[in-house]
Design a protein around this ligand. Structure first.
Ligand code: DGY
Length: 327
């Protein structure tokens, strides 16, 4: 492709060099290379005249944004979630939207088990005591947690990441139940041993599980799915884990639940107003809190960036993307 025909693209965060090298073979690129994220004004200004945008889950791509960018043909989100993008508005403007599914399933599933172990075995609390020099040595009744073996894990959002989490449950001796998709109530989801998991209603999963783990996308239907009412369905001995999106859980309800002993603990990777965390959560040792690290491994983040770049290159080349957002 001659230089004059090369499309222009804006890359809204620093990516790995191998991804930038890949894009550079096909397009002229401007990269936001400061720390933090571009403001919405800067995002518009630097995407103006571009055919492609490589975006992150925190870049808001709505109708108003798209209306200012008549040359835009493709938005490639470096995330599996795409609640930051108004997909219908993009479709109306014939702009392709892509995400990065699958390549992060195992990283997110592994860290879900990290959250489960962290909260049920009180790892955060233990580390804080040790680092503060307050550990007094082995004691029989010190920081006792809950065994996973023989317990039930309830998966809310049995998509690709939810299934990768469930596939590891048997290794911990846990039984898996999951929330049936309201759109596919007759679907049977089968585990790696060929045996179907038990599909239940949302309420039944909340009531029966010892660990509830959330993997639904954020949508108007899932916003505050776990709220003051639904959290009261959980056993007082149960734990809540959120690896989905912050607003799926009403943080104030989790604070009330921990305060009143409605649940045993909560482990969160994502928050309603990132990077702000509800100050009430910080008061509880029974809250195990990590900063949105679900897919944060070198291998997975590289694969996500490269997949976003491949999507960009395909669409700019007039071909279908590798992973279009399902319509
Ligand atoms: C995603 O892909 O949606 C993750 O939250 C990013 O780490």
């Amino acid at each position: 492709m001659s230089t004059s025909q090369r499309p222009r693209v804006f890359v809204s965060r620093r990516l790995f060099q191998e991804t930038l090298d890949l894009i550079a073979q096909h397009a002229d690129m401007d990269v936001f290379d400061r720390s933090g994220s571009p403001s919405s004004e800067e995002l518009v200004a630097r995407t103006t005249g571009c055919a492609g945008l490589i975006a992150q889950g925190t870049d808001k791509v709505d109708a108003q944004f798209l209306d200012q960018l008549p040359d835009l043909r493709v938005v490639c989100n470096v995330a599996v979630g795409y609640n930051n993008i108004d997909v219908a508005a993009a479709r109306e403007r014939k702009i392709v939207v892509t995400n990065t599914p699958d390549v992060l399933n195992e990283a997110c599933a592994a860290l879900t088990w990290g959250l489960i172990l962290g909260v049920t075995r009180r790892l955060g609390e233990g580390e804080r005591i040790l680092r503060a020099g307050k550990w007094k040595g082995f004691q029989l009744d010190f920081l006792l947690g809950m065994d996973l073996v023989g317990k039930t894990i309830g998966v809310i959002g049995m998509g690709r990441i939810g299934q990768a989490v469930a596939a590891k449950a048997a290794a911990f001796g846990m039984r898996t139940v999951y929330m049936k998709s309201p759109r596919r109530p007759d679907e049977q989801i089968v585990g790696p041993d060929g045996v179907p998991y038990e599909g239940l209603s949302f309420e039944e999963v909340m009531q029966r599980s010892d660990v509830i783990t959330l993997h639904v996308p954020l949508s108007p239907q899932t916003h505050h799915l776990v709220n003051r009412d639904s959290i009261r369905l959980m056993k007082p001995t149960a734990y809540l884990v959120n690896m989905a999106r912050g607003p799926v859980v009403e943080e104030a309800a989790v604070v009330s639940a921990l305060e009143n002993g409605w649940i045993a603990g909560a482990a969160l990777d994502v928050y309603e107003l990132e990077p702000v965390v509800h100050p009430g959560l910080m008061k509880f040792d029974s809250a195990f809190l990590i900063p949105h690290l679900g897919s944060a491994t070198r291998e997975t983040r590289t694969a996500m960036c490269n997949l976003a770049a491949r999507n960009l290159i395909e669409v700019l080349g007039g071909r279908p993307p590798v992973t279009a957002i399902p319509g």
